[in-house]
Ligand binder design. Structure first.
Ligand code: HEC
Length: 95
């Protein structure tokens, strides 16, 4: 009985760790968009794969494919240029 409980709690623990792909909820709008949209047409790109200049070029060329207006696209570009880091954490705090 004790072993069964131990087994169940280990399974629960295992699934909790493996089900969520991310260790924390998105902390800004760009991060949420990156997680939910940037993998809908291809695998999610690594922010570290391109230079700041390349992100700007690629994503402005990408705009027609993205449901982002100019301001949000600028935000998205800045997010990728920072290596996938939010500039502030107000999003997580306000939700
Ligand atoms: C509506 C579909 C769609 C969405 C959404 C999308 N992409 Fe793409 N992406 C494409 C297609 C199609 C290509 C391949 C054609 C090309 O290279 O231009 C591509 C190519 C790329 C490339 C490779 C281009 C290169 O020159 O190396 C990068 C990087 C990229 N996408 C980043 C992103 C990011 C970041 C997001 C989220 C902000 C995103 N994509 C969302 C359709 C999409």
């Amino acid at each position: 009985m004790k072993n069964l409980l131990l087994l169940i709690s280990m399974l629960v623990f295992f699934f909790q760790c493996s089900s969520g792909q991310f260790r924390y909820p998105p902390r800004c709008e760009a991060e949420r968009y990156y997680r939910t949209k940037c993998n809908s047409c291809h695998r999610r790109p690594d922010p570290m794969d391109k230079t700041a200049e390349q992100w700007s070029v690629v994503l402005w060329e990408h705009q027609k494919r993205l449901s982002l207006d100019d301001d949000n696209l600028r935000n998205m570009i800045a997010f990728m240029q920072r290596g996938g880091v939010c500039s502030d954490t107000s999003y997580a705090e306000s939700k």
